[in-house]
Design a protein around this ligand. Structure first.
Ligand SMILES: [Zn+2]
Ligand SMILES: [Zn+2]
Length: 228
C-alpha cells in the first residue's frame, strides 16, 4: 500500500487491486487451463481461489488420505519391520554362537570411560532394547565388574557384526570393535528385553512410525506434487 492508501498489483502494476484480486492474472490462468487442463500452476490458482486448500499426505504428497492412513507409508513400515526383525534375530543368534550370552566375561577394546576399570574387563548384560537395524553398532549392553550397577551400550564385536551382515545385510558404514571372550555363556539375551516377542518381530507399527519414519517422506514425494 502506498502513502495515499492505494494498493498496486504486483502482477499487472495497476492500482486499485492486489495480485490476489487481479482480473488480468485470472484471465491468463483461465487461458492456460483451457490450453492445458494439466497445468498445475493454473490448477492451483483456481483451487486456492475456491478456498479449497487441497490437503496432501505428508508422507507421499498425494491427495485423498493423510499420513495416518497412507498406504505407501504402511507398506514401508511393514517392510522395515520385517528387515529389523531378521536383523534382531540374527544379532541374538550370532552373539550366542560367539559365546557372548548374558554373563559372559569379555575384554572390550572400546568402552565408555565410566565402566573401563580392570583393563576393560566387563560382563555382557544383554542387548540394547533400543537397538535396531539403522543403529546396529551398539546392540550389546555390558556392565562393569567392580560396579555392576553401571550398564552401558557397547560397540558390537567385529566378528559378530560381519556374520550378521552376511546373514541379513546392514545399511552399511558400521564398524564393530575387537572383543576377547574370557569366559563364554550361552544364556540368551531375550529375557533382558521387555516384550521380547514384539521386539523380535521388529517392533510395533506405532513405534516404527514414530522412531524411524517420523521425519521421512516417500521417494516420490516431489514427483507426486503434480499428481491428482
Ligand atoms: Zn493486476
Ligand atoms: Zn500418503
Amino acid at each position: 500500500m502506498s502513502w495515499n492508501g492505494t494498493v498496486t498489483c504486483k502482477h499487472c502494476w495497476q492500482e486499485g487491486h492486489n495480485r490476489r484480486g487481479c482480473p488480468k492474472l485470472k484471465e491468463q490462468m483461465a487461458q492456460r487451463l483451457a490450453e492445458d487442463p494439466e497445468d498445475w500452476r493454473a490448477k492451483r490458482y483456481f483451487e486456492k481461489k475456491q478456498g479449497a486448500k487441497v490437503r496432501r499426505c505428508t508422507y507421499c504428497n498425494l491427495k485423498g488420505h493423510n499420513r495416518a492412513t497412507c498406504p505407501e507409508l504402511k507398506g514401508a513400515v511393514s517392510e522395515w519391520k520385517y528387515k529389523n526383525s531378521n536383523w534382531r534375530k540374527a544379532i541374538i543368534e550370532e552373539l550366542l554362537a560367539a559365546g557372548l550370552g548374558v554373563g559372559a566375561l569379555i575384554k572390550h577394546a572400546d568402552l565408555p570411560w565410566r565402566i573401563t576399570e580392570q583393563k576393560n574387563l566387563v560382563m555382557v548384560a544383554g542387548v540394547n532394547p533400543d537397538a535396531h537395524i539403522n543403529q546396529p553398532y551398539t546392540a550389546l549392553v555390558v556392565q562393569g565388574i567392580i560396579k555392576p550397577t553401571e550398564k552401558s551400550p557397547a560397540k558390537m564385536p567385529d566378528g559378530v557384526l560381519t556374520k550378521v551382515y552376511e546373514k541379513v545385510g546392514l545399511p552399511g558404514g558400521y564398524y564393530g570393535t575387537s572383543v576377547t571372550v574370557m569366559s563364554e555363556t550361552k544364556n540368551c539375551h531375550l529375557r533382558t528385553i521387555p516384550n521380547h516377542e514384539e521386539w523380535l518381530q521388529g517392533g510395533t507399527a506405532k513405534w516404527i512410525k514414530k522412531e524411524i519414519f517420523a521425519d521421512k517422506q516417500s521417494d516420490d514425494f516431489y514427483e507426486n506434487k503434480y499428481k491428482d
